[in-house]
Design a protein around this ligand. Structure first.
Ligand code: AMP
Ligand code: MN
Ligand code: MN
Length: 319
């Protein structure tokens, strides 16, 4: 059932035990929104835990309380409310339905949201889930701490490419401005996110070595080679922006194979094509200009299938 952020706030404040979770391959919106809500619920003396069925990217280790995020337990936990943030599909959390018993609440902004929870707050007009969380905390009217402001600023700024992507609008700037008034530090946050280990630059150079251009320059493809995937380089965040930014490229695709699972994670970025619809047709989802899916098969199989389909989607869209 679709509910408003105000209704969701009432449900949260009624609960005594809450588990928060978000999508695997977590980004700044996933982690920032989850920790902000965690800090808020804790301040209201609600028993709250954060679960994530994945490793934590090191680049977000500056976020407060990030070390409190744990893997879902093996046994079933009874909770009043199980909250899924920044994911439009239960499978994106990697958490099995047997891990918890209780009502579920989904707070999200994906165009491809599948209404999987008992209660759903979805606003696809906002650039980040963090905007919805900010709105909820403002409705609670109990003041927003500097820590919460930094988490939500990180959530919003990362999901709109630091106010550069097409999803950046007045709501985005207005939310960011309010967060700065609550104590968020934009300069400190961007500094934390810009610094990276030398190994990430080395990985970037290996990934860019795989660059191919197809469809008369309209599609650019990169892949994450096994030596990068198996090294301790955990994140390839931002790599896809390089092919996406090539002059004349409409769609950039990054392929990240997982040897153990025999799957390939595929990321799409576009300038005009709606890649959310496209990724959804392949079992994934996302936003109009940033989407992804995970496909079974070997890298060559997945690559040729995806490329053929992207080229025909571009043709159909007249691009
Ligand atoms: P990424 O390419 O991983 O940065 O993801 C870009 C966008 O697509 C994000 O909003 C993701 O939530 C979404 N996305 C990526 N992979 C999937 C998937 N397998 N299923 C649904 N949405 C996805
Ligand atoms: Mn996300
Ligand atoms: Mn998001």
């Amino acid at each position: 059932m679709r509910v408003t952020s105000g209704d969701a706030l009432i449900e949260l404040l009624r609960a005594r035990t809450v588990v928060l979770t978000t999508h695997i391959n977590p980004d700044g919106d996933a982690l920032g929104s989850m920790i902000a809500l965690y800090l808020f619920l804790q301040s209201r003396s609600i028993q709250v835990q954060m679960w994530l069925d994945d490793n934590l990217p090191r680049m977000y280790s500056f976020l407060p309380e990030i070390e409190k995020i744990v893997r879902p337990p093996a046994s079933t936990l009874q909770v009043d409310l199980f909250v899924v943030l920044d994911a439009g599909d239960a499978s994106r959390t990697g958490i099995s339905a047997t891990s918890y018993r209780g009502r579920s609440l989904n707070i999200d902004h994906h165009l491809s949201n599948r209404d999987f929870a008992d209660l759903t707050v979805v606003d696809e007009t906002v650039a980040a889930t963090g905007v919805i969380i900010l709105r909820m905390l403002e409705e609670a009217d109990c003041g927003i701490s500097k820590q919460i402001a930094n988490c939500l600023y990180t959530a919003i700024a990362t999901d709109c490419g630091f106010f550069r992507y097409a999803n950046t609008d007045t709501q985005t700037f207005y939310a960011a401005a309010r967060l700065v008034s609550y104590g968020a530090e934009p300069n400190w946050i961007s500094e934390q996110l810009q610094v990276m280990p030398l190994s990430k630059i080395t990985a970037l150079s290996k990934v860019l070595d795989t660059l191919e251009v197809s469809g008369c320059g309209r599609v650019a493809l990169i892949e994450v080679p096994p030596e990068v995937n198996s090294s301790d380089v955990e994140d390839t965040e931002g790599f896809i922006d390089y092919p996406r930014n090539i002059f004349g490229v409409e769609v950039a695709i990054m392929f990240k194979p997982s040897k153990e699972k025999q799957t390939v994670k595929v990321s799409f970025r576009s300038k005009r094509l709606n890649v959310s619809d496209f990724a959804r047709s392949l079992g994934g989802g996302g936003h109009a200009r940033a989407a992804g899916c995970t496909l079974k098969g070997t890298l060559p199989e997945v690559k040729s299938m995806v490329l053929i389909r992207v080229l025909s989607a571009l043709r159909e869209a007249g691009l």
